[in-house]
Design a protein around this ligand. Structure first.
Ligand SMILES: *Cc1c(COP(=O)(O)O)cnc(C)c1O
Length: 422
């Protein structure tokens, strides 16, 4: 089938995510990928500067991950995970526990970041209920993004994405975000007032991703963790984006020396090859569910929980996060810093920031996700061989770890040309 034929089928039959079909440009037909490169149907190459929505870690079609997937799909492709188990899940769980911050020892698998968050929030709420303690409140942070299912939307900031459902979302205690406000003081005040009713605090450690790539300090994360520990409030770290080396060290919590009670993982968990989520808890949280009373069970699961092929991809990806990968991440961070230092003085750039392999800048002009400048830059970048997807006026570069200095220079060159041109 020709690309013209299958893109016509797409236009006729497919509903794309986060896409306003009345105004969006036609989707770019991609036929193949390798490393940081996407190959279009018309033979062009695009540099994937956003790791395909933040998932691709080592590069596209990594041979080790591809081989693990091929092998596993010929051996055991799927089996129910309630009442059955398998080697890829058991070994991935053990390997995750081995690299996670200390104390996180029980792995609950699911399908994606949103479900990893749903499981975390449900586990936190039911943990207190199982213990007979009335702690129904959840605290969350302004500008947070935790996913698109209803529980995940409830803990996310209210805004453009959640507006149509505003009256259906349960309320949370909202703390100011650490970039603009004093989150620690707000948490202390909340704990003073209602600390015995507060069940959990959920945060995106060090980086509010979809909320605008807002980076926040390690000492704030440590202070929040200390407040939680003192008041016996569970700390949920949503590392769906920051996990697996994105901020440099394997986890943002590790970077700050913080051990949460629950951590949410997805995106890079399989290196970006297959969907998989994991919610990892401490033994104490897990023990809160162990009981002769079956009502204390965590009644949650998905058809594909711990899919063996996805778990095999996860193991292969984890094995690739070695010293060589750490060096690549450091090289990306230092290249980010050089480019951002230059761009910081551009008259159209308001603010720049770098955290590990993530770099972001705010363009002057209209703020917010619906600002049109992002779409203009994305279209300009596609014409010039780079895939970018700004969050409104926030432009970020979040490349796969295989991205070279030369490829980064191309990406930043395109951003710079757009700034000069428009
Ligand atoms: C992307 C993201 C999610 C949601 O993950 P999905 O796989 O898209 O459902 C949750 N939390 C954070 C921090 C994310 O960046």
């Amino acid at each position: 089938m020709t690309a013209a034929e299958w893109t016509a089928l797409d236009a006729r039959y497919v509903w794309h995510p986060y896409t306003q079909h009345a105004t969006a440009p036609l989707p770019v037909p991609i036929v193949r990928a390798d490393g940081a490169r996407l190959h279009t149907a018309d033979g062009r190459v695009l540099l994937d500067a956003i790791s395909s929505w933040w998932v691709t870690l080592h590069g596209h079609c990594h041979p080790a991950i591809a081989a693990a997937i091929a092998e596993q799909s010929r051996t055991l492709e799927q089996v129910i995970f309630a009442g059955c188990t398998h080697e890829p899940a058991a070994r991935l769980a053990a390997e995750l526990v081995n690299v996670l911050p200390p104390g996180l020892t029980r792995v609950f698998f699911s399908d994606d970041g949103s479900t990893a968050v749903e499981v975390a929030v449900k586990a936190a709420l039911q943990f207190w209920r199982n213990r007979g303690e009335h702690r129904p409140l959840i605290a969350a942070i302004e500008h947070a993004y935790h996913g698109d299912t209803f529980g995940a939307m409830s803990v996310s900031a209210r805004g453009t994405f959640t507006e149509p459902f505003a009256d259906r979302l349960w309320s949370v205690d909202r703390l100011p975000d650490p970039v603009d406000g004093d989150t620690v003081a707000a948490l202390r005040a909340l704990i003073d007032q209602r600390g015995t009713e507060l069940g959990a605090l959920i945060v995106e450690p060090l980086l509010l991703g979809a909320g605008g790539m807002r980076m926040w300090p390690e000492h704030t994360l440590r202070a929040l963790a200390e407040c939680c520990a003192k008041a016996h409030v569970l700390l949920i770290a949503d590392e769906v984006l920051t996990g697996f080396g994105r901020t440099g060290p394997l986890f943002a919590c590790a970077r700050a020396g913080v051990a949460p009670d629950i951590i949410c993982l997805s995106k890079g968990l399989t290196g970006g090859a297959l969907p998989l989520g994991a919610t990892v808890t401490t033994e104490r949280v897990f023990e809160g569910f162990r009981s002769q009373d079956r009502r204390r069970t965590l009644f949650h699961g998905h058809s594909y929980t711990a899919n063996p092929v996805a778990c095999a991809a996860g193991r292969a990806s984890l094995a690739l996060l070695d010293a060589d990968s750490a060096r690549k991440r450091e090289a990306i961070e230092s290249a980010h810093r050089e480019h951002m230092a230059r761009l910081a003085s551009h008259p159209r750039v308001r603010r720049t920031r770098v955290l590990g392999t993530v770099a972001a800048l705010d363009l002057d002009g209209e703020d917010g996700y619906l600002s049109t400048v992002g779409g203009e830059l994305a279209a300009f970048a596609i014409r010039n061989g780079v895939l970018l997807r700004p969050l409104g006026n926030v432009v970020y570069v979040l490349p796969p770890f295989c991205t070279t200095r030369d490829e980064l220079a191309v990406i930043y060159g395109v951003i710079e040309r757009f700034l000069d041109w428009r």
